[in-house]
Design a protein around this ligand. Structure first.
Ligand SMILES: Nc1nc2c(c(=O)[nH]1)N[C@H]1C(S)=C(S)[C@@H](COP(=O)(O)O)O[C@H]1N2
Ligand SMILES: [Mo]
Length: 454
């Protein structure tokens, strides 16, 4: 790859990425105002070995025609005194990042209390979702619950029903694990056809954190649960949603299911269930009960409202599937993605996320021609079970229309399906568990659009 390819590509972020509308205008003006030509010429000259002395003589501190005042003129922050330590007892992102926000999809729901906000996947790096950008799904609003008054009860098929305080839970042996949580309804709007413009709205009902807590099995053992005849556990939330879900005992016996209080090194955020939530790795978000107040050990599935009326899958033959809880292998390219603009031909790093509710990601292939040819992407470390994996792959855009896709394979050998394959089995009127391959069309003018291939 030559220098020109490496330097000429740039992505203009969509308004909801990180630049404000004015910021975008500035970038466009700079791009169109010949600044790129200046950079290119400088590179050409550098290669010829002539640019350095000329550039040096222009520094300090006069802007030179054709030059870049942002580097030639010493800014205030290079001359004055900065702010002191602990100016902000809890640090916040730069004010220039104000556009990196979780967002509600306009018109999706009537109230904000029974609604969703989507994580800005297009703006995130690596595999961790900053807690303040974690997607939200509330059925009855969120609460900031006093942990000194919060209680957790274990009852049902147990020797003695037990009530724990937060203090009692936090004294027990704990584990910390990285896992994604994906709402079963992630990508739901796209079942019939393209519906929303950006990756935030197509795939943003997912996040990945390091969770800390006590394996649920430990708490069941303390209460003397009947682990032979107890085949299921009912988990119940403490706020007004009456959110209750059946968890198979097999998941709990594996030690994977956690009663968690920690998220990314600190206590859970109130929006995500503070002070206690269930972590059910690989299983759809609805089972990750927030404000967890009770688990009941039983010998059959409970068939609660959120297992009988909601969170069931309409099949093409008119029947419904129940208890489909595992989030199958899925991936999405986050850059370039819908709403972004490529300002120029040349080099780009195609990047995205892959995950599987069944284990680790084995590989991710990327196509830039709508699935005719595939190249294997780099999986960045760490590659963890039931967590996000980050992939990257080089691409030189020739300025012609391109359709970018990613296809993930997990350690079970399961391959992420195309829309055609998924619809052949599931039809077009489902809501949950859409894990089809996503396509982004890069148009000749550089604008990226959400498309589906028939
Ligand atoms: N108590 C309670 N738990 C809940 C819910 C809720 O509304 N109340 N929503 C569920 C659903 S459908 C999802 S997808 C996840 C969302 O978790 P988050 O808001 O932390 O992203 O929480 C689940 N647990
Ligand atoms: Mo959900």
């Amino acid at each position: 790859m030559n220098h020109d390819e490496l330097t000429s590509g740039r992505v203009l972020k969509a308004p909801e990425n990180f630049l404000s509308k004015d910021g975008i205008k500035t970038v466009v003006a700079q791009a169109r105002g010949g600044r790129r030509d200046f950079i290119r010429n400088a590179f050409a000259a550098a290669v010829a070995g002539a640019a350095a002395p000329a550039a040096l003589s222009q520094v300090n501190p006069v802007p030179v025609e054709g030059g870049d005042a942002n580097i030639l003129v010493l800014p205030e922050h290079a001359k004055g005194l900065g702010l002191g330590v602990a100016t902000d007892g809890y640090g916040k992102p730069s004010k220039y990042e104000a556009n990196v926000q979780r967002r509600q999809s306009p018109g999706l729901t009537q109230t904000t209390q029974a609604s969703v906000s989507f994580a800005p996947l297009q703006s995130l790096f690596g595999i961790i979702t900053p807690s303040g950008l974690h997607f939200e799904r509330h059925h009855q609003g969120w609460w900031d619950i006093d942990p000194s008054k919060h209680r957790f009860m274990v009852n049902g098929m147990v020797k003695e029903a037990k009530v724990f305080t937060m203090d009692e839970i936090m004294r027990l042996p704990s584990v910390s694990r990285f896992h994604f949580i994906e709402c079963g309804a992630n990508t739901a709007a796209e079942w019939g056809n393209v519906a929303v413009p950006t990756v935030q709205y197509t795939h943003g009902m997912i996040s990945c954190s390091e969770f800390t807590g006590v394996p649920l099995i430990t708490l069941l053992e303390i209460a003397g649960a009947d682990l032979k005849n107890g085949k299921f556990v009912l988990a119940e939330g403490g706020e007004g949603s009456s959110m209750t879900r059946t968890i198979p005992m097999s998941l709990i016996l594996s030690g994977e299911v956690l009663v968690a209080y920690g998220q990314n090194g600190e206590m859970l955020r109130p929006e995500n269930g503070y002070p206690l939530r269930l972590v059910v790795p690989g299983v759809q978000g609805v089972s990750w009960i927030k404000y967890l107040r009770r688990v009941e050990v039983g010998d059959k599935p409970y068939g609660t409202k959120d297992e009988a009326i909601h969170y069931i899958d309409l099949q093409p033959d008119g029947t419904h599937r129940q208890y489909t809880s595992i989030q199958e292998c899925k991936s999405v390219v986050t850059t370039p993605s819908g709403g972004q603009v490529l300002l120029d031909k040349g080099f780009y790093n195609i990047t995205g996320l892959a995950w599987s509710g069944k284990g680790k990601i084995k590989k991710v292939d990327v196509s830039v021609d709508g699935g005719r040819n595939w190249r294997q992407a780099r999986l960045e470390t760490p590659v963890l079970s039931k967590a996000f994996s980050r992939f990257n792959i080089d691409w030189v855009w020739d300025g012609k229309p391109a359709i970018i896709q990613s296809r993930a394979v997990d350690e079970t050998g399961y391959v992420q399906p195309t829309y055609k394959q998924l619809r052949a089995v599931r039809g077009t009127r489902s809501i949950y568990h859409n894990n089809a391959i996503q396509s982004w069309l890069v148009q000749e003018n550089g604008e990226v659009k959400n498309v589906q291939l028939s």
